[in-house]
Design a protein around this ligand. Structure first.
Ligand code: GLN
Length: 451
């Protein structure tokens, strides 16, 4: 009741939820109460969560923040949300996002932008919450949920967590099933938890993760007990500081909080080692070729025929065209066109194939560095949250905000963002930890020292 009341009161301004489901939430909470009364409590019993509106939820509208799915009610449940429900979680509603998770501002949603609950000390301007999981981050930051699910293709859990002053974990690629999560870029998409702190994230990830035969890229590996890693400490841990994440343009405030994090880890017994990831500069162009190529293929299914918005026309081609024109927003169209372009004959070798090769070089950079260090520490984003009306009109300028988050995604590595402190305007900044594949525990142990 408390969280539903908070959501009803705050959502008109913050717009973190596309759909609130008070009836569903109350029914789940009642079932939780009954289990607890019998002494049969499940690990997440009664915990109220926001679910990013990219996870299919059986019987509850799932839109991907797109007009093309605005009335879509899935007949099945995603594996991640099924896992959470089986552990007793309560779903308050579906959280807003950038359309099809394409963005880092939450301003491309068909259901309107999300407003960051934080404000600058000096102005009342509305700030972006980051994206694409901006609704999830804002819901947690504003006290409209205890935790949330997010998805991260190139930073969509980590960057909004940083902008909203909360914690977000992108696990290793393959750790959480993609089954029933609406696809953006299949070789990059990964679900993960967002919450106030690492302990809450560890609890949620425990439930979300695990092998799923419905997803061919799901990892057949045991899920460690993440809570056990939290207090392991960092004595003797080797922490790498990649020089490429320290461009001249990095604001001094971010630099200072990064240095403070380095000092805390050193004081706690970690060895700090300067490292180099020389292909980092190619991360953004490679990401924006690979992700868009995959998106153009994944979004071909929205044709107005099988499900979603249909605009009738005289011919089949006309129906496709009219439905897609009515259903997709500007950024999604841009990405489908660019993705189609880089895959088209004559351009495939120059762009897509080339990008795949450079992706391998980026992965090899990480392999080399992780022979010498156990975890990497970097800033999460090159800026704090900016005002909605400061969003650059040039899309490439917006893409630049992903500079620190996309490399780990391209390499399939686990990475998390945790609050690092506030800038001079009182806005939160985040620090990122990147771990070896399937070693989320190391990030949890190091992160705990920085909380
Ligand atoms: N901001 C990135 C993009 O626009 C990442 C999005 C995501 O991780 N889903 O593609």
């Amino acid at each position: 009741d408390h969280f539903l009341a908070a959501a009803e009161q705050l959502n008109p301004e913050i717009n973190a939820y596309i759909t609130l489901d008070p009836e569903g939430a109350r029914a789940q909470a009642k079932a939780s109460d009954a289990r607890r009364a019998k002494g049969e409590a499940l690990p997440l019993d009664g915990l109220p969560l926001a679910v990013k509106d990219l996870f299919c939820t059986k019987g509850v509208r799932t839109t991907a923040a797109s007009a093309i799915l605005k009335d879509f009610v899935p007949p099945y449940e995603s594996t991640v949300t099924k896992n959470l429900l089986q552990d007793g979680a309560v779903f308050l509603g579906k959280a807003n996002l950038d359309e099809f998770a394409m963005g880092s501002t939450n301003m491309t949603s068909h259901f309107g932008p999300v407003t960051n609950p934080w404000k600058r000390a000096s102005s009342e301007q509305r700030l972006v919450p980051g994206g694409s999981s901006g609704g999830s981050a804002a819901a947690v930051a504003a006290g409209m949920a205890l935790g949330a699910t997010g998805t991260d293709t190139g930073g969509s859990i980590r960057q909004p967590a940083a902008f909203c002053g909360i914690t977000g974990v992108k696990p290793s690629y393959g750790r959480c099933s993609r089954f029933g999560t609406i696809a953006f870029a299949s070789s990059l998409d990964q679900a993960g938890p967002m919450a106030a702190n690492l302990a809450d994230c560890a609890l949620l990830l425990q439930s979300m993760a695990g092998f799923d035969p419905h997803d061919s890229t799901s990892a057949q590996r045991d899920v460690p007990v993440y809570a056990d890693a939290l207090n392991r400490g960092v004595k003797g841990l080797r922490v790498g500081i990649p020089e490429e994440y320290r461009p001249d343009t990095l604001p001094a405030e971010i630099q200072a909080l990064w240095d403070q994090g380095i000092a805390w880890l050193r004081e706690a017994g970690a060895h700090i080692i300067d490292v180099s990831l020389p292909h980092t500069q190619y991360g953004l162009p490679v990401y924006y070729i690979v992700a868009l190529a995959e998106a153009s293929s994944n979004l071909a299914r929205y044709d107005g025929v099988r499900f979603g918005t249909r605009v009738t026309a005289d011919s089949l081609d006309g129906l496709y065209e009219a439905s897609r024109r009515a259903g997709f927003g500007e950024e999604v169209r841009r990405r489908i066109l660019m993705g189609t372009h880089v895959l088209s004959s004559g351009y495939y070798d120059a762009y897509y194939l080339h990008a795949q090769k450079v992706r391998t070089l980026i992965q090899r950079d990480f392999d080399a560095v992780f022979a010498d260090v156990d975890v990497l520490l970097t800033p999460t984003a090159p800026s704090a949250a900016f005002a909605q009306d400061e969003k650059p009109s040039d899309p490439v300028q917006v893409y630049l905000n992903d500079i620190f988050t996309v490399p780990a995604s391209l390499a399939g590595l686990p990475a998390l963002s945790l609050p690092a402190g506030l800038n001079g305007e009182g806005l939160p900044l985040g620090l990122q930890l990147i771990g070896r594949a399937f070693e989320e525990e190391t990030m949890f142990a190091a992160g705990r020292v920085l909380e």
